[in-house]
Design a binder for this molecule. Structure first.
Ligand code: SF4
Length: 332
């Protein structure tokens, strides 16, 4: 780590998720038991990372790679309280299912402990699809409440959707995008229903003769279906995913997301702008210098707007430092 660098450090505070969603490898791979590191061990790791970043003049963020960071809400709250008490906050991102974010106190603690981005596997806005894949604990009706609750505390969401589910029909992307546009800005991502070997989904589709070759995971192609959906063709499913990405990461959509934070300090707008540009690269080829130059040129309006705001007095309005005061004293 050196001056001017920014690193995202993976930290695992616990492992396992017993929910058993049909498409997910986690329950099959780790079993349905959950095990945690001690709070002390996690806090000490954060303190070491924080100290090293300070010593070397670099910036860090932590990615808690736990399968479901708040699977035991009581334990997560206790860990977050210990992080706050030890002043071990760094900016972090974690994966948490939407149902667990109903707990207001948990969300307060996430914000106070340095949480900035939460990855939420929303999968679908259709309850029938969610029931099909054993994820009926996700309630699409409460997605916006959960996202507002996070945004009020300056925590934003990476919202993940799956197209090509058994109840999906053409137009699923636009129906989903309509919902997304009514939510606080975040980082939507779109994938296809993927039958990974050893998952209950794979077994169900294999038994039904719906898998299309290649069957082995090493031959799976990103953003290409490996089975036939029930209510649309494979090509239609691919097209829905393309619509999702193209609409969410067009220069206009990025500008709108940045503008929607115009009541926040400049740092938040810069943050979401950079995050959107990076996330765009998950789907659109963006590895070479030329691709980046092209992306930057396409988004020049937003860039100029941010520069103007910076020179207009907002230069010091960066993302506020991680909160260190007790949760009860924070203003939301
Ligand atoms: S909640 Fe997430 S980690 Fe847990 S089984 Fe479902 S998809 Fe997998």
């Amino acid at each position: 780590m050196h001056g001017g660098t920014f690193r995202i450090i993976p930290v695992e505070s616990g492992r396992g998720c017993p929910y058993g969603c049909e498409f997910c490898t986690v329950t099959g791979f780790f079993g349905d038991s959950i095990r945690f590191r001690t709070n002390e061990s996690v806090v000490n790791e954060l303190l070491l990372l924080k100290a090293r970043a300070k010593e070397e003049g670099g910036q860090i963020a932590v990615f808690f790679i736990d399968d479901n960071f708040a699977i035991n809400v009581k334990r997560t709250k206790s860990l977050l309280r210990d992080i706050i008490a030890a002043n071990a906050q760094v900016h972090w991102v974690a994966q948490i299912s939407a149902n667990l974010l109903r707990d207001e106190e948990l969300v307060d603690l996430i914000a106070a402990a340095g949480g900035k981005w939460i990855f939420i596997g929303m999968e679908s806005i259709d309850p029938a699809n969610l029931a099909d894949v054993k994820k009926g604990f996700n309630k699409p009706g409460e997605y916006s409440v959960v996202l507002d609750r996070l945004a009020q505390r300056n925590v934003y969401a990476i919202t993940s959707f799956i197209f090509g589910m058994d109840n999906d029909t053409t137009g699923v992307a636009e129906r989903t995008l309509k919902e997304i546009r009514s939510w606080p800005p975040g980082l939507p991502i779109f994938g296809l229903m993927t039958p990974l070997p050893a998952t209950p989904l794979y077994k169900r589709l294999e038994a039904a003769g719906r898998l299309t070759p290649p069957k082995h995971w090493q031959e799976f192609i990103p953003f290409a279906m490996a089975h036939t959906p029930l209510k649309m063709s494979i090509d239609e499913a691919h097209s829905e995913v393309r619509i999702g990405w193209a609409s969410s990461y067009s220069p206009e959509a990025i500008e709108k997301a940045v503008d929607s934070l115009n009541h926040k300090p400049l740092g938040y707008r810069i943050n979401i702008f950079i995050a959107r540009l990076c996330f765009r690269g998950i789907y659109f080829p963006q590895m070479g210098r030329f691709a980046w130059v092209k992306t930057i040129l396409e988004n020049r309006r937003t860039i100029f707007k941010l520069i103007r705001l910076g020179f207009g007095g907002g230069l010091h309005a960066t993302v506020p430092p991680v909160a260190t005061q007790p949760v009860s004293e924070q203003q939301h």
